[in-house]
Write a protein that binds this ligand. Sequence first.
Ligand SMILES: [Fe+2]
Ligand SMILES: [Fe+2]
Length: 184
Amino acid sequence: MSEFYKCAICGKIVKVIAEGKGQLVCCGQPMDVIANFQSVNEILDFAIEKEEEARQFYLEWAQKLENRALSEQFVLFAGEELKHKEKLQRVKGGSSFKPAAKQVTDLKIVDYLVDIVPTPEMDYQEALIVAMRREKASFKLYSDLAAIAQDEGLRDTFLALAQEEAKHKLRLETVYEKEIYSEN
Ligand SMILES: [Fe+2]
Ligand SMILES: [Fe+2]
């Protein structure tokens, strides 16, 4: 079992390696369970949540960015993340696969989290960096899920999603190079 806790205040993530009865506390308050992957369904839920987070991120930043082209790009990404979410929901609803609990617990959730917390003061460059990290984490999540999926259809779904996130990352990197590097 891999249970992970996160502090809502400082962002620290703790992995439980042996169960006990005590409560985990950080910054003076109980820590939240962020994932406890014991089935494919739970992982799908995690991925669905990540897609929703990504969609919100792009929508929010699309409004804040002054750069028109990037803003439009973010709106497009928001739409694509929504499609990813819906795809995962359909997979979950179908449930034609056999959960592979043993292998699933090998995943390390920290690899899929973005450590920069976006702030309202974040500028154009920082927004791009956060977005690139998000896409990198998404790519890694789906690549790992594809690697552990035992069901062929499920594996294909994850591989396709990994490719789409890789494309998102590449598009952002292209913008970054064009806009940021060429200024200096
Ligand atoms: Fe996505
Ligand atoms: Fe993406």
